[in-house]
Design a protein around this ligand. Structure first.
Ligand SMILES: NC(=O)c1ccc[n+]([C@@H]2O[C@H](COP(=O)([O-])OP(=O)(O)OC[C@H]3O[C@@H](n4cnc5c(N)ncnc54)[C@H](OP(=O)(O)O)[C@@H]3O)[C@@H](O)[C@H]2O)c1
Length: 242
């Protein structure tokens, strides 16, 4: 099954991003694997192509305006538009810690990739997104970015002392709401997805959910019909509070 949709997933050389790319490919999209290391991205694309999917790789370092702009230029040249943008690339910075213990460098690193990277990528891709009919933008967030969840002293989330990661994902939530507001009425829907704790390099290999399970909510938001929500955070269980 193929369709004419073009999807870019950042940080798609491994983990949840690769599974999002795979599942969009299985729905017939042509997937562009964004990877800061082009060889790793090409290896992932090759795997998907070997499974009969349409996939290609582009070098994309989300903290580099030059890299992001070059990726946008390459996608424009190849495809002329972007139907789906999934901002998936993120880090938990080395030395992430509680407010009282975190070093400024760890906080900066988290914001550089997880927030500024999302904004830079989105801004560079937006002209291509606007050229598609009814594009979808999905920012990969986390329950750890939910003020409601982390603010609940009974919640396991309140015990995870990672200011860099948690606050950067809370900022991604605000980016999502503000972009959804900016694009309201254009037919472009913008939402955030919480994959849940999945077994990846970031999530830890003892996590109970597979990357494929984590990818599913992002794929659902990336393929919403025109009546779908915008400016919301969703997990497998449904809408989450901010
Ligand atoms: N796993 C979980 O339990 C979990 C739970 C909630 C939310 N999430 C979110 O889900 C998303 C994917 O996480 P994951 O578990 O799949 O993590 P992962 O296995 O560590 O993969 C992260 C991906 O992001 C890429 N990346 C990191 N920094 C980048 C940069 N500056 N420019 C471009 N790419 C960059 C990595 O590239 P390299 O291979 O080059 O490092 C890799 O492809 C993230 O947004 C994460 O915050 C994960």
């Amino acid at each position: 099954m193929t369709n004419d949709k073009i999807a870019l997933v950042t940080g798609a050389n491994k983990g949840i991003g690769k599974e999002i790319a795979r599942q969009l490919g299985e729905l017939g999209h042509t997937v562009v694997i964004g990877s800061r290391d082009l060889a790793r991205g090409e290896a992932a694309a090759k795997e998907l192509v070997a499974d009969g999917l349409r996939a290609e790789a582009v070098q994309l370092e989300v903290t580099s305006e030059q890299s992001v702009q070059a990726a946008a230029t390459a996608i424009e040249r190849e495809h002329g538009r972007l139907d789906v943008l999934v901002n998936n690339a993120a880090i938990i910075p080395d030395g992430d810690a509680a407010v009282s213990a975190i070093a400024a460098g760890a906080l900066r690193a988290a914001y550089e990739t997880n927030v500024i990277g999302v904004v830079l990528t989105t801004a560079a891709m937006l002209p291509l997104v606007r050229k598609a009919a009814g594009a979808r933008i999905v920012n990969i967030s986390s329950e750890l970015g939910s003020l409601t969840r982390v603010g609940d002293p009974e919640s396991e989330m309140s015990t995870m002392l990672m200011l860099g990661y948690n606050s950067s994902k809370a900022a991604v939530n605000m980016v999502t709401v503000m972009l959804a507001n900016e694009l309201r009425g254009t037919g472009i829907l913008v939402n955030a997805a919480d994959p849940g704790n999945c077994a990846t390099d970031m999530g830890g290999w003892d996590a109970l959910r597979t990357p494929a399970q984590g990818a599913a909510v992002a794929v659902r938001l990336a393929t919403l019909d025109a009546a779908g929500p915008t400016g919301e955070l969703h997990a497998e269980s449904g809408r989450l509070p901010w």
